[in-house]
Design a protein around this ligand. Structure first.
Ligand SMILES: [Cu+2]
Length: 278
């Protein structure tokens, strides 16, 4: 049976490496749907992912090869007894220092990407100055609050704010920032195509910035199990040229402040019809 175990331990690493290598051709792969990230930050995050994948793959293949070698040698020489060794300082130092150096290298190497993604001081200034919308996650939908055209987003909802559900429009060609919050439990704002993921926590308002490098419609999903309807908590982010984005805001304004007869004025106490019967 000795060689049987050897083949058993040889089979799994080969199966793992072959299936990983084949994954992109059969549509299983990460990144999401085989496409390149739709943001420059996402492309940098993918680079980091592949670097870590390569390092872990080398370690995995190396340790598996050592196990197979030891099993094969043992199976071929039944007479030889294994040495019983208690501690080997040199060996322990080597296998502590090498992973330590690799981890330190990864920690330092990813610092800039992490800072650009997470630390507000490094966010693009243009995005921080004018947050595009407040995004509220709630069981089980995404709500968006934009400031009125020409105005800035306020902390408190304003009577002339624009609202939409499960559809966020953003202009293409510039970094944008949203203010993320939760109305109830913990959710997670996940834009797979852009590699953006941020938890939404009750009681906190978290700024998140992103910039799509191509216009399009991207999935926005909740990545935190938030209740029975978690699976259906999905929306779309539509990245469009500035003119189309402005057009969308105009349409939204008309839909919200027109009751079929006339304009509705936004007041502190809600909306008030200005329409007069014809
Ligand atoms: Cu959720």
């Amino acid at each position: 049976m000795g060689k049987g175990w050897c083949l058993f331990f040889l089979f799994w690493p080969i199966a793992a490496v072959v299936s990983c290598a084949m994954a992109p051709w059969i549509g299983w792969s990460f990144p999401y749907d085989n496409a390149q990230a739709a943001s420059n930050l996402g492309i940098r995050i993918d680079g980091l992912f592949y670097l870590i994948l390569i390092v872990t793959a080398i370690v995995f293949v190396g340790t598996q090869a050592a196990i197979v070698y030891a099993l094969w040698r043992g199976a071929n020489n039944r007479e030889e007894r294994a040495d019983c060794v208690h501690g080997n300082h040199k060996l322990e130092l080597v296998w502590s220092i090498i992973p330590g150096v690799i981890l330190l290298f990864l920690a330092i190497y990813q610092m800039n990407i992490w800072a650009d993604f997470r630390i507000k001081k490094f966010y693009p200034e243009v995005a921080v100055k004018a947050p595009i919308a407040e995004v509220t996650a709630r069981q089980f939908e995404w709500r968006f609050r934009y400031p009125a055209i020409g105005k800035k987003l306020q902390q408190k909802p304003q009577p002339d704010d624009l609202h939409s559900v499960n559809e966020l429009h953003v202009p293409f060609g510039k970094p944008v920032m949203i203010q993320l919050r939760s109305d109830d439990v913990q959710h997670s704002f996940f834009l797979p195509a852009l590699r953006i993921k941020q938890d939404a926590l009750p009681g906190l308002q978290i700024p998140v910035w992103f910039e799509a490098n191509k216009p399009g419609t991207y999935d926005l999903v909740c990545a935190e199990l938030c209740g029975w309807g978690h699976y259906k908590m999905k929306a779309h982010v539509i990245v469009q040229p500035e003119e189309e984005y402005q057009e969308y805001l105009k349409t939204l304004t008309e839909q919200q402040f027109y009751d079929g007869l006339g304009k509705i004025a936004a007041t502190e106490n809600g909306s008030e019809s200005e329409a007069t019967e014809k």
